[in-house]
Unconditional design. Structure first.
Length: 465
């Protein structure tokens, strides 16, 4: 019996397992390897902070691409939503913890479906520490001393923790007042401290962290420091769609032309008193195609000049969450700075911070209770020397993409490329690992489509081995 191992049990891993069980017509052994605390929900959908909401409306959150109303239909069976109009719920931004329950229920349904097909489906609560070739298979070693042999391996390991490159001194990463993981439970030293909290970063994770801090009774001022300090945008035009202009976009031959076309359409909607969000949403279905058509030089220009602006336009907040953050800023309990971090020095009861504002060049010094890293996931595997992916990189089983955003792969087959650029028929990946190949590869819409196609590809591979 063939053994398929999925490394990672968050959304991407669960969706892949569900699609495999749905499509398989032969018995196999199917294992998902993921530590217990983040199994199924990943970090995004855990019930740690109940005020955290999905950043897109419920209508777009089905796990199955061929059943777009699957999540909304499931929500309507919940007592707290059953008396509401379904079209209203479909446009709502629902709690992430609720979405975590949805994924867990799909897993239970997948387990029952696997049993009916004689598929041996199981969750292995461990962390992979090594993956090496072994007699036409892969030998996977885990931190619980167990080993597994796999005929096919799927790397669905998701986003990594934020990188420590933002720290002026790498040794500060060992400080008890530093939280590299913004989703971890808050330490008592922070809960009982009255000094401000410093958040590094100004994106969606910063917003989540502010909400979590307030929910857990931390009332002291919060300071956000990021390189650019761009203000986050809300979903202001929910349900408003802009006409498709993909013909113009796909006719462009350079990044400069693309930017010019997009600006032209943004000016059109602004003449009507409408902000740019519907235009950006109209681009979204084509971003992967547009990214793949760009030259290497244009991709580099995008990453250095436009990346952060695109992130602000693309990743938006529910309107009432945005209003809450604006209120915190107006009352002075949330301060947002654009600048460069100069020094972090641990004190007996906190951290002394120095940074320089970007525009005024003014130097600030303050004492904070803790520093929380919300700068986004580390993508360069060379900075994660103890991760099994780094071991696979050193062994030549895979290579990074040109921009160190993920793993080099054939995006049509999802096969991982080795150091020689050769596709490996028994090693696959999806999701955030394909960021360098596809740019947009982390939203539910992309992950569920990839999981469906990947399952089809794996079953095709099983038929020829």
């Amino acid at each position: 019996m063939k053994h398929i191992v999925i490394v990672g049990g968050g959304f991407a891993g669960t969706a892949t397992a569900a699609q495999l069980v749905q499509q398989l017509e032969q018995p196999v052994q199917l294992s998902l390897i993921n530590p217990e605390p983040t199994f199924l929900t990943g970090t995004a959908y855990q019930p740690y902070a109940t005020r955290l909401l999905l950043n897109v409306n419920a209508a777009k959150m089905s796990l199955f691409p061929d059943q777009p109303e699957h999540f909304v239909n499931w929500v309507m069976t919940r007592p707290q939503y059953s008396n509401l109009p379904q079209h209203f719920v479909a446009q709502a931004f629902l709690p992430r913890a609720l979405y975590g329950e949805y994924i867990k229920q799909i897993w239970q349904q997948t387990v029952h479906a696997a049993q009916s097909k004689a598929i041996k489906l199981r969750h292995v609560p461990a962390t992979i520490i090594a993956c090496k070739p072994h007699q036409q298979q892969f030998l996977l070693s885990m931190d619980n001393t167990q080993q597994l042999c796999a005929d096919i391996v799927v790397l669905a390991n998701g986003n990594q923790l934020p990188g420590n490159r933002v720290l002026p001194d790498a040794s500060f990463a060992r400080s008890t007042f530093y939280l590299q993981n913004p989703w971890q439970r808050l330490p008592e030293t922070l809960l009982n401290n009255t000094k401000p909290v410093l958040i590094l970063g100004n994106g969606l994770t910063m917003a989540d962290t502010v909400l979590s801090l307030r929910q857990h009774g931390i009332t002291q001022p919060i300071i956000s420091l990021s390189r650019h300090g761009y203000a986050m945008l809300p979903h202001r035009h929910n349900g408003l769609t802009y006409p498709d202009f993909s013909t113009e976009l796909l006719a462009a031959t350079s990044l400069r032309q693309l930017v010019k076309i997009v600006h032209q359409h943004i000016r059109l909607v602004r003449q009507l008193g409408i902000s740019a969000e519907p235009v950006i949403d109209a681009i979204r279905p084509y971003t992967q195609q547009l990214w793949r058509r760009l030259s290497g030089a244009d991709k580099q220009r995008f990453l250095s000049k436009i990346r952060h602006l695109w992130g602000v336009a693309r990743h938006r907040l529910p309107l009432h969450i945005h209003d809450y953050l604006q209120h915190l800023q107006l009352e002075g309990s949330l301060r947002v700075y654009a600048g460069k971090l100069v020094q972090l020095q641990q004190q007996a009861d906190g951290v002394q911070v120095q940074f320089i504002e970007r525009k005024s060049h003014q130097q600030h010094q303050l004492n904070v209770a803790a520093v929380i890293n919300c700068t986004g996931p580390e993508t360069d595997w060379r900075n994660l020397p103890h991760h099994f992916i780094c071991q696979m990189l050193e062994d030549g089983l895979l290579q990074q993409d040109k921009f160190q955003l993920g793993i080099a792969a054939d995006v049509d087959s999802f096969m991982v490329l080795n150091r020689h650029g050769q596709a490996q028929p028994a090693l696959f990946t999806l999701g955030s690992n394909l960021r360098g190949e596809l740019w947009e590869s982390t939203a539910v819409n992309e992950l569920r489509s990839q999981a469906q196609k990947l399952a089809t590809q794996i079953i095709k591979q099983l038929s020829v081995t």
